[in-house]
Ligand binder design. Structure first.
Ligand code: MSP
Length: 639
């Protein structure tokens, strides 16, 4: 029997409504738990909310509410959003739950009594003085400030001096490093693992385990004038929810005996990959198996933020696309694990092409023909159809391939595997043209084509059920199959459907979207583009174009279209990724003078940073670089 599987999301701050950033992680965790269950494994999925700290107390005060009253209200938005997205968690922990507060106090008592390997106390009192941003809820370093202000909140940090109890992080850093290096503690993707190892090479000091000034928090059992530091409080949720300090059997099962996976984005990597393992070590508890850190996405190329007004409410997406399609669309916008961009304008187009056309049409074409020509009964299979053997082999391979991807957190690739099978079935349907066969009196053969298509639809529905749980069940119900059929073993064998079984036709599983207007466009600040498409001179002036020299060029591995260029723009050297590999070889472009936009926000292309964009002209399938006429030096400004 495989180990049980325990997957968690971060617990989200309740000073904000849920947006698609929170939804992304939560859907991914829900999907991972569902895939494990599909494969026959016991799984437990935990999410929740982080409700203590100054930031929450401030948000409550601004809303004219007591903190707990405020949290009780906001938490409902999270629960409703998760229900709207068909997220089925096993538990939802709130840091204001009694069970959590009591368990955190037990943990703090234990830590206060604990000793490091060389006999020092794990917790010790001290005085902390630092610059503290209330918005971030953390002390900042001078280096992090921009013009003396917190870069995130654009506000002046406070100088804070207070008694704190410190956690002796420094006693654990070497061991954490060894565990990460030897992959006993797995941090994925590798880029993030390297980032953590980089952090471990810097001078990390001990951290405060308590705060004096934060009233909205869990009091320290050994000094109630202090509150537990928010991160100690928050990180503990992963164990307090599964019975730490209250239900030993449950705790053993899901912490000691399970494969523990923490999922989050890179913003909170340090706390999860360094602080949390240290706390667990000090408490003599096992560490999680894997910390998977997915990327941060932008929306239409911009960071999501309240001030830009581009936060997308998951409920709006559900209203437009439904829960299942929203789950599908969010997780297929860019590879899971990488940084990426959610393009609102592409959602409806992708919905139409993947869901309405590829999957939805296949289901309705097949079911419709069975209803019309085979008296709504599953027809009899036929061997020797064009492409049948290949289709069967692909279908039977798909479940293992998908689960292989899932075990490597390749969610996007797993979904693509299922959708490729769907596309292959559409081609099989078109090649064998069952409607023509019926017309030509070859009804038996037409039945064979439809049987094969129904089988693949059944297999695809099972294997997509963690992504689209409701639609998958709806598809299975067309063939008279229910929830109990959702098991990987059922997907791994062809010829499962019983000929003669009743087929229930459903008009359209994914009704087409009108792409002429997107109802989900977030409200955003308008640019100064006028109705006739002309821009102001001032807008053009924002573009900084310079001459650059290509110092080095190479193909970007895994891409036929992209080159990685090292360029000199006069005052500095930079790397850009350019989509010119089909027109220029690295040797041809090396040494050329080109024109580059130098003030573009850095972007990640296939996980590689690109700092600028070169100019090229394209017509009738030809592309050439825009180059300065005379041999101007790198850095010359183009105006
Ligand atoms: N309360 C802490 C976490 C404590 S966990 C012990 C916190 N909360 S948060 O509300 O800010 O949530 C951060 C998390 O939300 C990210 O790690 C990620 O899971 C998710 N995301 C928020 N915005 C996101 C994007 N733009 N892109 C991807 N994930 C995003 O930090």
């Amino acid at each position: 029997m495989p180990k049980p599987y325990y997957v968690t999301t971060p617990i989200y701050y309740v000073n904000d409504r849920p947006h698609i950033g929170h939804s992304y992680t939560t859907i991914a965790a829900d999907l991972l738990a569902r895939y494990q269950r599909l494969a026959g494994r016991e799984a437990y999925f935990l999410t929740g909310t982080d409700e203590h700290g100054t930031k929450i107390a401030e948000a409550a005060a601004a809303a004219g509410k007591a903190p707990k009253e405020f949290c009780d209200e906001v938490v409902q938005h999270f629960k409703k959003a998760w229900s709207a997205l068909s997220v089925e968690y096993d538990d939802f922990i709130r840091t204001t739950d009694r069970r959590h507060e009591e368990a955190v106090q037990k943990l703090l008592t234990l830590l206060n009594d604990a000793r490091t390997d060389n006999g020092q106390t794990v917790i010790y009192p001290g005085v902390y003085e630092g610059i503290y941003c209330v918005g971030c809820e953390k002390f900042l370093t001078e280096k992090e400030l921009v013009d003396g202000l917190c870069p995130n909140h654009k506000r002046k940090p406070e100088i804070l001096k207070e008694k704190n109890y410190f956690f002796r992080l420094t006693a654990y850093l070497d061991r954490i490093k060894t565990l990460i290096e030897s992959n006993e503690l797995v941090i994925l993707p590798d880029e993030r693992r390297r980032e953590v190892l980089g952090l471990l090479n810097q001078d990390l000091g001990d951290f405060s385990a308590s705060r004096e000034r934060v009233e909205w928090g869990i009091p320290l059992p050994f000094d109630p004038s202090q509150s537990a530091y928010v991160w100690v409080d928050a990180l503990s949720n992963y164990i307090t929810a599964i019975g730490y300090g209250s239900d030993e059997t449950k705790f053993r099962k899901w912490w000691y005996d399970a494969e523990v996976v923490h999922l989050m984005a890179k913003d909170i990597l340090k706390f999860h990959c360094i602080y949390w393992p240290a706390i667990l070590m000090a408490a003599k508890l096992p560490l999680p198996e894997t910390i998977f850190v997915h990327g941060f996405f932008t929306v239409d190329g911009e960071k999501m933020s309240k001030s830009l007004g581009n936060m997308i409410d998951p409920n709006d997406l559900v209203a437009q696309f439904g829960a299942d399609a929203t789950r599908y669309l969010l997780l297929t916008q860019y590879p899971f694990g990488a940084d990426g961009d959610i393009q609102v304008s592409r959602l409806a187009t992708k919905y139409n092409s993947d869901l309405a056309n590829d999957l939805g049409n296949l289901v309705s074409r097949v079911a419709k023909m069975i209803v019309a020509n085979f008296d709504s009964r599953v027809p009899t299979p036929v061997k020797n159809l064009e492409g049948l053997q290949e289709l069967i082999e692909s279908a039977e391979d798909v479940p293992d391939k998908i689960l292989g991807h899932i075990n490597k957190f390749e969610i996007t690739a797993a979904i693509e595997e299922a959708m490729n099978l769907v596309r292959m079935t559409n081609r099989f349907f078109d090649t064998n043209a069952p409607w023509k066969l019926v017309k030509n009196g070859e009804k038996e053969k037409a039945g064979g084509v439809l049987y094969a298509c129904s089988e693949v639809i059944r297999i695809a529905a099972i294997m997509l059920s963690p992504v689209m749980p409701n639609k998958s069940l709806q598809i299975l119900s067309i063939f008279g199959l229910g929830k109990d059929h959702l098991r990987k073993e059922n997907a791994a064998i062809f010829y499962h459907l019983e000929p003669g079984a009743r087929v229930h036709f459903v008009e359209s599983i994914f009704p087409r979207q009108d792409v002429s207007e997107s109802k989900t466009e977030p409200s955003r600040k308008k640019t100064s583009e006028s109705v006739d498409g002309l821009i102001d001179f001032a807008d053009f002036g924002k573009l900084k174009l310079v001459v650059a020299e290509v110092l080095d060029a190479e193909k970007l591995s895994g891409s036929d279209k992209l080159l990685r260029l090292q360029i000199d723009i006069g005052e500095e050297k930079r790397q850009i990724i350019a989509g010119v590999a089909e027109y220029y070889s690295p040797e041809e472009i090396k040494g050329k003078k080109i024109v580059v936009v130098k003030n573009l926000k850095p972007a990640k292309i296939r996980g590689v940073e690109s700092n600028g964009m070169l100019l090229a002209a394209k017509k009738d399938g030809r592309l050439c670089l825009v180059v300065p006429e005379s041999d101007l030096p790198a850095g010359a400004i183009i105006s």
